[in-house]
Design a protein around this ligand. Sequence first.
Ligand SMILES: [Zn+2]
Length: 287
Amino acid sequence: MLVSAKEMLTKAKAGKYAVGQFNINNLEWTKAILLTAQECNSPVILGVSEGAGKYMCGFNTVAGMVNGMLKTLNITVPVALHLDHGSYDAALQAMEDGFSSVMFDGSHYGIEENIEKTKEIIRIANEKGISVEAEVGAIGGEEDGVIGGGEVADPDECKMIADLGVTMLAAGIGNIHGVYPENWQGLNFEVLAKIQEKTGTMPLVLHGGTGIPAEMVKKAITLGVSKVNVNTECQLAFAAATRQYIEAGKDQQGKGFDPRKLLAPGTEAIKATVKEKMELFGSVDKA
Ligand SMILES: [Zn+2]
């Protein structure tokens, strides 16, 4: 059964480790992540962006697939199904369709409107026992044409949003989505420390986990990060393994064109990436 992310993240914050959010795109992705979480005896958060949700035929289809796998694969570790960077309408829809956690990304609104909308999402989520992630300080990405550092959140604004009763808080500390540019300045630990000081036990979320050096991730965890989002890294691993399979001509040998064979190396590559991240985040055997 799907669970909210609240308990797993409260434990992570207290235990000074982080739970990984791994974004899913299809059946192979979902199966690979769930099997690895079970194998590692680790809690896990499955992230679904609005775009990926549409691609997979809607949140209801995604929830159906995930619930089916939990049962058939005998997954007993805590699993949360989480909307990643949801708009207000998408957050309402995901809660309606069986997601156990939502992120409402109101970072592009002014702080007043972000607060009003976040409050309303929290009210509905509380009725259903769903966890809510909010964001302060937009996290940049290639699509926004951001080169260099991402935006840095204002610790006082973080405190205002945290006090609304969100479950976990994403704050920009120079992290960005996608592949980091060469001239990236690194994470702003000074701001992270201030945010933690102001928000106390609130689990903090680090977006854009791909390409942040392991030592920086570990340091961020010691400063209160309890959830790390990983998306691009699984995509790169999947693409590289699939390319290798095809370049080696394996799809043209015997029944190598069978999608169950063609997609297998990519699926295994996702498993290896997820395992590596769970070890880095310290969530192994924390289920
Ligand atoms: Zn993000």
